[in-house]
Design a protein around this ligand. Structure first.
Ligand code: AMP
Length: 439
């Protein structure tokens, strides 16, 4: 027999982890609802050109990391798995004529992204992002709204000490001049510049600034800063974003080397880190303004801004910070796992009766599990207690009179209840129990 394994760079989210991801999704959903962002789902694969044009061909994401789907012989189209959701959402904005909707169109999505990267800690080939986009507003106020939303997500997910780094990377008016200055600087570095970087220099000097090569760290530290080259309009925009963040009480730090890996960004760029960490692999999330993207997708010139937060990294950081800090959400998941009642039977062969009663309880809104094992009552009761169930519903001889035993597993007390009243009785008892727990 072959040994099958999850593909390299992917992992199974077993129930504990999967429940946690659902919990992140619940926090995100609740938050974006309050901020007025509406859900959108786009395909996990698109025409490869959506990413090549949108993200830019001279980027790591497209050059090296795009997960291309081998075309079938009868299909001319080249497809790729999405490395991030923004390009697909921009494609959808144009395709569905969202420019006629009230602007900005505030959208949000959560799902798996794919990058054919070398797997390592915190870097996977399939990972999850929580994403928001606001399309049709040039900012700067909406930039601050989005950044603040990001910090709120971390707070509500229970991550402590998240820091916001911001920068402006200019626009079509001022970036070309900066790129020239940057190109001249790198050319002057000479031999110290790694060969791969020298090769990219001719195509896109900006890419060298967020290179993952450690040899680039000292070189980049002395590189010209974009913030010294911004045109007046970009400079004012950036100052206004920061003023809005200050007014909202969002602490942030200007980081001149923050340029983000994707071509479509203009002006505002930002990343979220746990304070004291740095480097691409440590980023908890990031985003920026992409005022040229909708046009690249074939639409009218339309400004936009958004972020993608890596949920795998949120899970890693929560583990590092300790489970006590894992937030109200995580505790709610723990509680949800415990059944209100487990239905057990004195007759190990009676699976029908146990299923029927459990079904009846679930229909009245309770979390109930039927013990379907062909084992003695005592064993069934032990398993129910191990599950942390509040109650055991015991089917025995009293069933002939339409009654069952309702046992409070914590108090060790037990009483007869009419089967017809069971849902209401258990519901009331569970409520009292919760009251007791809280008090
Ligand atoms: P990026 O668009 O590359 O800035 O990605 C946004 C966020 O997604 C990052 O800050 C990470 O938290 C997360 N992320 C990006 N790539 C990966 C990956 N290969 N594995 C896990 N998380 C990732």
């Amino acid at each position: 027999m072959p040994t099958f394994r999850a593909p390299r760079g992917t992992r199974d989210l077993l129930p504990e982890d999967a429940a946690r991801f659902l919990d992140f999704a619940r926090v995100a959903r609740d938050l974006t609802d309050r901020y007025g962002y509406r859900p959108i789902e786009t395909p996990v694969f698109e025409q490869a050109a959506v990413f090549e044009r949108g993200i830019g061909e001279v980027t790591d994401v497209v050059e090296k990391e795009l997960f291309r789907i081998a075309p079938r012989t009868d299909e001319a189209e080249a497809w790729a798995l999405r490395p991030e959701p923004t390009a697909g959402i921009a494609r959808a904005y144009v395709q569905h004529g969202m420019k006629t909707w009230p602007q900005p169109v505030r959208l949000t999505t959560i799902g798996p992204m794919f990058r054919y990267d070398r797997p390592q800690a915190g870097r996977y080939r399939q990972f999850w992002q929580f994403d928001v986009e606001a399309i049709g507003d040039p900012g700067p106020a909406i930039d601050a709204e989005i950044i603040e939303l990001g910090t709120r997500f971390y707070a509500e997910a229970g991550v402590a000490g998240v820091e916001v780094l911001v920068n402006s990377i200019g626009d079509a008016a001022c970036r070309p001049r900066y790129l020239q200055a940057l190109g001249r600087y790198y050319a002057g570095v000479g031999e110290a510049l790694p060969a791969a970087e020298r090769e990219r220099l001719g195509r896109n000097a900006l890419r060298l600034l967020d290179s993952k090569d450690p040899a680039m760290v000292p070189i980049n530290a002395a590189a010209p800063r974009i913030t010294d080259h911004l045109c007046d309009a970009c400079s004012e925009h950036f100052a206004a974003v920061r003023a809005h963040l200050e007014a909202l009480g969002v602490p942030h730090r200007v980081e001149a080397s923050l340029v983000r890996g994707l071509d479509y960004y203009t002006r505002t760029a930002f990343e979220f880190y746990v304070a004291g960490r740095s480097g691409q692999q440590q980023a908890l999330g990031g985003g920026g303004r992409y005022d040229g993207l909708i046009e690249l997708m074939g639409g009218q010139p339309t400004p936009g801004i958004g972020f993608g937060l890596g949920l795998d990294r949120v899970a890693l950081v929560l583990d590092e910070q300790g489970s006590e800090a894992s937030g109200a959400g995580a505790r709610a998941v723990d509680a949800a796992r415990r059944p209100d009642a487990v239905v057990v039977s004195a007759d190990p062969a009676d699976t029908v009766g146990r299923l029927q009663v459990a079904t009846q309880l679930r229909a009245s809104g309770l979390a109930a599990r039927a013990d379907l094992g062909a084992r003695k009552l005592g064993r069934q009761m032990e398993a129910a207690a191990r599950d942390g169930a509040h109650f055991a519903v015991i089917l025995g001889v009293e069933q002939a009179d339409g009654q069952v035993q309702l046992r409070d597993l914590k108090a060790g007390t037990q009483r007869l209840v009419a089967l017809a009243d069971l849902g209401r009785e258990v519901g009331r008892a569970v409520k009292q129990h919760r009251h007791g727990d809280a008090g």
